[in-house]
Design a protein around this ligand. Structure first.
Ligand code: COA
Length: 187
């Protein structure tokens, strides 16, 4: 699947990928490093060694319940997000998928790419017949929180000890979206 967000004068697209060639792996690791250094590295607080990061992304591609989407700006991967499907034994939660580890590298922010990535992940979840999309986010990630609020995600809970960052306990918010909802907010 491929979606083409509109950034004037720059080629952009969002693709689901099942493999990464060495150039894409390099770009994805660079984007990840920059997001981690900026403070939004989905768990990592410091960039890991490059071989660890590459092994992480290869692991993501190898897990059948994970679908990886990458965002390209001018052909270069600048962000990604994952759709996590319920495991096969999880029959009672077959209706719900999870949006995880979404980020855009700082140099590519502000062009609407994260919004388009979220909508692409939602579209894929709908195609797979999921009716609920769940996600969670640190309370310090204000840009993401604003985005999920405006995209119709409902905050249903807050975990007071969600993350421990630089000696400080940080809250995390849990969101859910009903994918059957059709009155999506306009851009
Ligand atoms: C959150 C993040 C993905 C946004 O990426 P982006 O491509 O710059 O976002 P977009 O340009 O698509 O903006 C989408 C919406 O996000 C919100 N937003 C984006 N940047 C914002 C900022 N600096 N301040 C407040 N809200 C902001 C707005 O609601 C914006 O919609 P608008 O332009 O109509 O106001 C990016 O800042 C990031 O990677 N942050 C660190 C990782 C993270 O928080 N991931 C989410 C965890 S699940």
């Amino acid at each position: 699947m491929s979606i083409d967000p509109q950034v004037p004068g720059i080629r952009t697209n969002i693709d689901r990928v099942e493999r990464l060639d060495s150039a894409d792996m390099h770009d994805l690791c660079d984007a990840t490093d920059m997001a981690i250094l900026d403070g939004g590295g989905f768990g990592w607080l410091e960039p890991p060694p490059r071989e660890t990061l590459e092994a992480f992304w290869r692991g993501v591609l190898a897990v059948p319940e994970r679908e990886l989407f990458v965002v390209r700006l001018g052909g270069t991967i600048c962000g990604s997000g994952q759709l996590i499907l319920p495991s096969r034994n999880d029959e009672s939660q077959r209706h719900a998928a999870q949006l995880k580890s979404a980020f855009i590298a700082p140099w590519a922010r502000g062009h609407g790419l994260a919004r388009d990535l979220t909508l692409a992940l939602e579209a894929r979840a709908r195609t797979l017949k999921f009716t609920i999309l769940n996600l969670d986010v640190r309370a310090t990630q204000q840009a993401a929180i604003r985005m999920y609020d405006t995209l119709g995600y409902i905050r249903w809970g807050t975990h007071p000890a969600y993350a421990f960052v630089k000696g400080e306990m940080i809250e995390g918010h849990f969101y859910s979206k009903n994918l059957k909802q059709t009155d999506l907010p306009k851009r």
